[in-house]
Design a protein around this ligand. Structure first.
Ligand SMILES: Nc1ncnc2c1ncn2[C@@H]1O[C@H](COP(=O)(O)OP(=O)(O)OP(=O)(O)O)[C@@H](O)[C@H]1O
Length: 232
């Protein structure tokens, strides 16, 4: 579904991602893992177009070369992004936050798809409340709901469980699973929590200092890899 080849990225002089190769099959969830500062968020920003790459390619199954496209064009190709820290608009209502996603839809739809409210009933209950008045968990649901407004084929989630109470994290996990099963959604998940990663991801890729050290199906995530690259 997404194919990354020989990707290199720099922040100024600082070489951050090194010759990355990754393949994400359609309808599966890949978990990108690694300690703080190894380049996980940078990789997500490169896929989404928030950071430009020095060399390499990021191709969709339809042949589209993402590195040549703007952020908006990437959204139009069906890539939804839930950034680390959520980045919802605190002064806008829940509904207005969701509406910001409508602008990039090709079909000109003017109303929020009912499916979003079905997946996250709390967003319907709170649709007239300001984003900033929501709890952290509700804001994360809003951020995911907003990304789903474009009905993405690929959803990128950067640490969706960070700072959120466990029951909401579990609800978010179940929504991801439903979207994969019912809609064939492909997911890239950045996640440091092992139980969540193991429960929802089909495969993993471990980053260390900007390089992929291991990538395999989730059942191959060994204690040795965890000790070497993930344990703090
Ligand atoms: N805008 C930036 N300018 C310069 N350096 C940056 C910038 N953003 C990140 N970095 C550096 O790039 C490296 C990778 O950062 P990145 O945020 O991608 O890591 P990460 O694995 O997502 O970490 P975390 O788990 O803490 O979010 C780090 O050394 C970081 O300090």
């Amino acid at each position: 579904m997404l194919n990354i080849e020989q990707l290199n990225q720099f922040y100024g002089e600082s070489h951050t991602l090194w010759d990355l190769n990754l393949e994400i099959p359609k309808g599966q969830c890949l978990c990108v893992m690694g300690r703080n500062g190894v380049g996980k968020t940078t990789l997500m920003k490169c896929i989404m177009g928030e950071e430009s790459v020095k060399s390499g390619s990021i191709k969709l199954e339809d042949g589209a070369e993402l590195t040549k496209l703007s952020i908006e064009q990437r959204s139009r190709h069906g890539i939804g992004y839930v950034p680390q820290g959520r980045q919802i608009f605190p002064m806008l209502t829940v509904e207005e936050n969701l509406r910001t996603g409508l602008a990039v839809r090709k079909d000109g739809l003017k109303t929020i798809p009912e499916r979003i409210y079905e997946l996250f009933p709390v967003l319907k209950e709170m649709k007239n409340r300001r984003g900033g008045d929501l709890s952290g968990g509700q804001q994360q649901q809003l951020a995911i709901g907003r990304a789903l407004v474009i009905e993405p084929r690929l959803l990128i989630l950067d640490e969706p469980g960070e700072g959120i109470q466990p029951n909401i994290v579990a609800q978010i996990g179940e929504v991801i699973r439903r979207l994969m099963e019912e809609d064939g959604l492909t997911v890239i998940l950045v996640e440091q929590k092992l139980p969540f990663a193991r429960k929802y991801a089909d495969s993993f890729a471990i980053l260390d200092r900007g390089r992929i050290m291991a990538a395999d199906s989730m059942d191959k995530l060994s204690d040795e890899l965890i000790r070497q690259y993930l344990a703090v």
